[in-house]
Design a protein around this ligand. Sequence first.
Ligand code: 7PJ
Length: 277
Amino acid sequence: MQISFNNRTLDLTTPAVMGILNVTPDSFSDGGKFIDKNAAFNHAVQMVKDGADIIDIGGESTRPGAAFVSADEEASRVLPIVKKIAANLDVMISIDTSRPEIITECAAAGAHIWNDIRALTKEHAVECAAKLQIPVCLMHMQGTPATMQNNPTYKNVVEEVKTFLLNRIDLCVKAGIKAGNIILDPGFGFGKTVDDNYLLLKHLDKLCALPFPVLSALSRKSMLGAILNEPEAKLRDNASISGAVISVMKGAKIVRVHNVKATKEAILIADKVLKTN
Ligand code: 7PJ
């Protein structure tokens, strides 16, 4: 498995680390720290040194109750850092956005992956991805970021997440998106109870059995805090690394994390276990 765009290829025969770079003032674990363009760039440089294969840039906070961000504001947050990373670092760039106009500008500025927590459900998103031929990550979410944690309900969360993603794949492929450009994500924490999240993690191999790379993003999330009884997101890194290792053992090809160095080292060992005969 590999993904390619804008003259860059990511080989997924070894699992990849996606380092999180939030450029929002209100993101829950590192919000505000990387608003300054130089600080954001320096953090990206460090993550690349630490072994990041992808830098995921997000300009819209999706935490419940987060303020609305206009497209102009989102563009002004992400575009300068996309340009600076594309010009200076040997790394893939993904953009955590749901807006076609943002990804179009970012792709022209050198980005490589459209990471959409709304799975291309905004108007014109599917057509835009088909036109750009950019790799896309389709994530499952129940509800909307504002209300998703109010009362998430499933009969069978593992099956429902898989069915949702299969339906999105079908629609995307019919609209002209290449199957080889699709990445899947169960969406840990997006409209799920703690136990829903652990069922999804326990059965992540079922999603990984589909012929698409799976991205697992549970770094610092509240599903970890719930077990540790740790309200401070930054103090959940050991649990995050454990989650990344479990994900890779179950077949995930990309892990989206805050702590790149520790995660990279940990999943290299998991990958060696998987590949040893
Ligand atoms: C996810 C994401 C996720 C993907 C965020 C946070 C919230 N992108 N962006 N999957 N979560 N693909 O990091 O806690 O789960 S923002």
